[in-house]
Design a protein around this ligand. Structure first.
Ligand code: GUN
Length: 285
């Protein structure tokens, strides 16, 4: 029997209906949630992601602004845009789409965002708050993965979780969330020796490497939950994940597809974080 599907589209639809209702309620009270998305340069994948984020805001009764800067924009120009958004009371969330062009110091840019508007959760203050178990904003992709596990009532406490990929955006925050939920967590990276020995131990396997179809069926424990964060474009133009879906689905109990798995959940949790940022702002008014 093939694995059951962790359907990110269906779960997103449910959650976005709730977010749209709560946004309308907050708007009626005098605060319409607002998100600013900053895009620097012409990265084609980033352009698509940003367009999807803006459209999702519209459908969820969230005001959005897209600020596009050229590929040659300077650090000073970008910082000045962010300072303006930090001071703009109709904007409650700020997202700077990554990656940024090489002339820009990404770390300095992320640190310039007001932590109370940092709906990506990438500011060190928010990363630290997550690590100590008191997060203000949870990074959207790991947050979406946790919602998927919650949606199937997965018993995380005591489970063995293995994360392949140690990025600040996905792997590290994912590890913190699973650890706080009671899992025993291993984070693997590109230098890990005998990767299969680790992945085969996983009850929960989260893969975020950017390497198409790298997780093969023999690397997966029978009955595992496999969450595929990768979005890769193949030479024929089709999208695929970091997991060899067509084979792994015969080993796992649950698997997230690409597309239609984690991707829509990331955007959904961005909407949720923006709503929460606006709710905090409203309470302080
Ligand atoms: N690039 C890839 N994923 C993300 C994300 O979650 N947030 C931002 N800002 N950029 C990204």
């Amino acid at each position: 029997m093939p694995a059951k599907i962790l359907d990110g589209n269906a779960l997103s639809k449910q959650l976005r209906t709730q977010i749209a209702t709560n946004s309308a309620i907050l708007t009626a009270k005098g605060t319409k949630p607002g998100l600013a998305v900053v895009l620097v340069g012409n990265n084609p994948a980033s352009q698509i992601y940003v367009r999807n984020k803006i459209k999702a805001c519209h459908d969820a009764n969230i005001h959005s602004e897209l600020i596009s800067l050229s590929e040659n924009a300077t650090q000073e120009e970008l910082l000045s845009v962010i300072h303006g958004l930090n001071d703009n009371s109709s904007i409650h969330g700020i997202l700077v789409q990554l990656p940024l062009p090489s002339q820009i110091d990404s770390h300095a840019v992320l640190e310039s965002i007001d932590p109370e508007k940092d709906v990506d959760g990438f500011h060190v203050a928010n990363a630290g708050a997550l690590m100590t178990g008191k997060p203000l904003f949870i990074p959207c992709t790991p947050y979406g993965c946790m919602k998927m596990l919650e949606s199937i009532d997965y018993p995380i406490r005591g489970a063995r979780a293995v994360i392949v990929g140690a990025s600040n955006i996905v792997g590290k925050p994912m590890a913190m969330l699973l650890l706080q939920a009671g899992a025993t967590v291993t984070i693997c990276n590109s230098k890990t020796k005998d990767l299969s020995a680790h992945t085969r131990e996983a009850d929960i396997l989260v893969v975020a490497t950017g390497k198409p179809k790298m997780i093969l069926a023999q690397m997966v424990k029978p009955g595992a939950v496999v969450i595929d964060v990768g979005i890769n474009r193949l030479p024929d133009g089709k999208l695929c994940g970091d997991v060899d879906y067509d084979e792994v689905k015969y080993v796992a109990d649950w698997i997230s597809p690409v597309p239609g798995g984690v991707g829509p959940m990331t955007i959904t949790m961005l909407l949720q974080n923006t709503l929460e940022a606006a709710q905090h702002f409203h309470q302080k008014k």
